[in-house]
Design a binder for this molecule. Structure first.
Ligand SMILES: NC(=O)c1ccc[n+]([C@@H]2O[C@H](COP(=O)([O-])OP(=O)(O)OC[C@H]3O[C@@H](n4cnc5c(N)ncnc54)[C@H](O)[C@@H]3O)[C@@H](O)[C@H]2O)c1
Ligand SMILES: O=C(O)C(=O)C[C@]1(C(=O)O)C=C[C@@H](O)C=C1
Length: 365
């Protein structure tokens, strides 16, 4: 059924949702954003059908509202909705990375027209803004739903139907379970990534060549330190107690590691690293999880013009779509490695054989 859908906050996540909803259904999409430039971009690029000048007015004509602003702003928007004469049975959802404070607010809503279903698509990027929005951002990702108390199952199904263009895997969680788990695998890693960059920055004061040595490993583990600082401050604030607990645990863990290093406990260190490797390798293969399943291939290529294009063309010729490409440690004149992420084990094997037959050195890890 055609619906009027309002997305409030058309940045990376709101813009990506708008694109995927538009591609999958015949809904009328209204967009609202505090940034006029964002709204203009959204209309000019056909991401939304209509730009709203007033959140309140647009909300009153909508069947479904998705709040995709920063977390603290989302809470303010929920308060506004509580005082508006909305369509009977309207579904209000959000995309905030922390669910506890959102659901606390949702359970305080007195507006009987609203069915609130919290949402969190577990995919994103270190980029922000509508220019970074992608229709396929949430494909195969976990999309967590946290219905407010008293929410009926058919409303959850209705929301899933509207969001089916995301091609995500929906799961329902309690807000506290969500915040505990995303605290561990999403929020806390951002703190650590930023702290590693801070450490390198301090050392670079006395070792000016240091940034040149920051190769694949450092870049892999710190990519997320390039994310939007305001958004992450908001996330840490709303998941504060979990962050504090995880910091305590981390400090203990680091003391343990310090002991292993300083006392050269060789066997214990190998066991520690092996356990971590086994667990991390297992995550790669899992079909469902916070970390999407990708099947990686390392391809040795020469650092010469067209080397990357040749690999991509070869795979495209066999209609193999690549999920992600990363160039690792390419320096002038030396062999570099290309990291290709394929969407399935079958395509990983097919690519491995195809590239091998064409003279490339390929490694599956
Ligand atoms: N970036 C990620 O990786 C990611 C992933 C999943 C969920 N989230 C969540 O999605 C939400 C948005 O994050 P994003 O990455 O899209 O950020 P973003 O900065 O790209 O977009 C946020 C948008 O909200 C707009 N905005 C701010 N205040 C507003 C208000 N009061 N009303 C309407 N619009 C307003 C901004 O102008 C901006 O266009 C956050 O709650 C975040 O926790 C982010
Ligand atoms: O890929 C990234 O840059 C992300 O940080 C995305 C990420 C994550 O931690 O996986 C970040 C925050 C979200 O709420 C969901 C996804």
């Amino acid at each position: 059924m055609e619906r009027i859908i309002l997305i409030s906050g058309l940045g990376l996540i709101g813009g990506s949702l708008a694109k995927s909803i538009k591609a999958s259904g015949n809904h009328r999409l209204i967009g609202y954003d505090v940034s006029e430039a964002t709204l203009t971009y959204a209309v000019e690029n056909g991401i939304i059908d209509e730009a709203a000048t007033s959140f309140e007015e647009a909300a009153q004509e909508s069947d479904i509202i998705i709040l995709a602003a920063p977390i603290s702003e989302t809470i303010e928007l929920m308060k506004k909705l509580d005082n508006l004469p909305l369509q009977e049975g309207i579904i209000v959802s959000d995309v905030a990375s922390v669910k506890g404070s959102i659901l606390e607010e949702a359970n305080k809503l007195t507006n009987k027209s609203i069915t609130f279903i919290g949402g969190h698509p577990m995919a994103g990027s270190h980029k922000k803004g509508i220019e970074a929005a992608k229709e396929h951002l949430f494909e195969n990702a976990i999309y967590v739903l946290t219905p407010a108390s008293g929410c009926k199952g058919d409303k959850v199904e209705e929301l899933k139907h509207v969001l089916e263009g995301t091609k995500s895997n929906f799961i329902t969680l309690q807000p506290s379970e969500h915040d505990e788990m995303t605290g561990v695998v999403s929020h806390f890693p951002h703190l650590i990534a930023s702290s590693l960059v801070q450490q390198a920055k301090k050392w670079a004061d006395t070792h000016s060549f240091l940034p040149n040595l920051a190769a694949g490993g450092f870049r892999d583990i710190t990519r997320i330190a390039s994310s939007n600082p305001k958004m992450w401050q908001d996330i840490f604030y709303h998941n504060q107690s979990k962050m504090s607990q995880l910091l305590d645990e981390w400090i203990k863990e680091m003391s343990h590691l310090k002991e292993l290093v300083e006392q050269n406990h060789k066997e214990q260190m190998i066991t520690y690293l092996e356990q971590a490797k086994t667990y991390r390798d297992g995550l790669e293969k899992s079909e469902k999880g916070a970390i999407p399943a990708f099947y990686d291939l390392y391809v040795d290529i020469q650092d010469r013009p067209g080397a990357l294009a040749s690999v991509v063309q070869l795979l495209a010729g066999e209609e193999i779509s690549i999920k992600n490409i990363q160039i690792l440690e390419i320096r002038e004149g030396i062999t570099g490695a290309l990291l290709l992420s394929l969407p399935s084990e079958e395509l990983q094997k097919k690519s491995y054989q195809l590239l091998g037959r064409n003279g490339y050195e390929v490694v599956i890890q």
